[in-house]
Design a protein around this ligand. Sequence first.
Ligand code: ZN
Length: 165
Amino acid sequence: MNYTLPEFLAHAIALEREAADRYLELADMMEAHRNDPVSALFRDMVHFSQLHHDSIVERAQGVTLPQLRSWEYRWSVPPEVGGEEAFDHTLEAYTALRYARENEVRAMEYYTNVGMHSTEPEVRRLASEFAAEETEHVAALDEWLARTHRPSATWQSDPDRSRPA
Ligand code: ZN
């Protein structure tokens, strides 16, 4: 992933925008389920994604950004949800957190890869910085997962199920 600075900034902006949108949906869903603590967590994540988005947009002032294909930055959707449809409205807090974590890991890996492989020093610097932020997000979700009841009903849709033990 040897991105130029405009390519990298375009991806980072799209990625943070996508994260903010998905977290907003998750926050609303948890609110509808009367799970206020997890809803508040997701609203914090919306806030941080927006702040990050805005600071990257600022950094991109005067830079002509390329158009991106949606698959390059969109969150991955659990297979049982499928396509562009809204989330499963029965999604439990545990599953929502797992889902968010999976996408944060994807963002972290993306930034880490760019940080390691880009030949442009500025891209490497920014990507490493963003990777560190995503690492913190993953850690925050891990903390929440550790204290969230894991309902047996969601076991079937748990991403861990498909992984070798
Ligand atoms: Zn993040």
